[in-house]
Design a protein around this ligand. Structure first.
Ligand SMILES: Cc1cc2nc3c(=O)[nH]c(=O)nc-3n(C[C@H](O)[C@H](O)[C@H](O)COP(=O)(O)O)c2cc1C
Length: 162
């Protein structure tokens, strides 16, 4: 799939069949995260790929629908790096697009995971000084999500001046 097509067709997918995802595909997705732009090339990230069903089931605390993901990628960031939020965001978007390109559905789960960061860090053995920025459930889609209303290009594109 072409980059622009992946970008245009990406939607948050929150229903999955529960099928497992081949390890090679998960590596391709994480590799896309690894290659993201990163402030001063610090690359302050570690991506924890969870495929164990019992561990994935624990993530339902942040959303029952996550239980049927084929895998969940936890994005762990080092907040010592000045640009850790921007870097993490770039890596997450790359991984969402790579998931689409491989034919999977995925979702950026941050708001629902943040209140449970402590619990999830313990579950995954994440060191105290690191941040668990987001979870990315990935799976074979069991829904065609509708496109949420997006602002029109003419509204957000200003030429030359604000
Ligand atoms: C920073 C951020 C946090 C998000 N957190 C959640 C979340 O906790 N749970 C969830 O279901 N979706 C979450 N999303 C997905 C958004 O709800 C979704 O991207 C938005 O509604 C637009 O839909 P689309 O991704 O299909 O274009 C998050 C997205 C971003 C960028």
């Amino acid at each position: 799939m072409e980059t622009l097509e992946a970008l245009r067709t990406r939607r948050s997918v929150r229903r999955y069949t529960g099928e497992a995802i081949p390890k090679a595909d998960l590596e391709t997705i994480v590799d896309a995260g690894r290659l993201a732009a990163t402030g001063s090339n610090r690359q302050p990230w570690v991506f924890v790929v969870v495929t164990d069903r019992a561990t994935i089931a624990q993530f339902k605390l942040a959303g029952a629908w996550m239980e049927k993901a084929g895998a969940v990628i936890a994005v762990v960031m080092d907040p010592v790096s000045r640009w850790w939020v921007e870097d993490g965001s770039a890596a997450i978007e790359n991984m969402l697009l790579a998931s689409v390109a491989l034919g999977y559905g995925a979702c950026w789960v941050e708001g629902d995971a943040l209140p449970l960061e402590g619990e999830f860090k313990s579950l995954l053995g994440v060191p105290a000084e690191k941040r668990l920025m987001a979870l990315i459930p990935v799976g074979v889609a069991a829904e065609t999500p509708r496109t949420p209303e997006k602002k029109a290009l003419a509204l957000v594109l200003h030429w030359e001046k604000y």
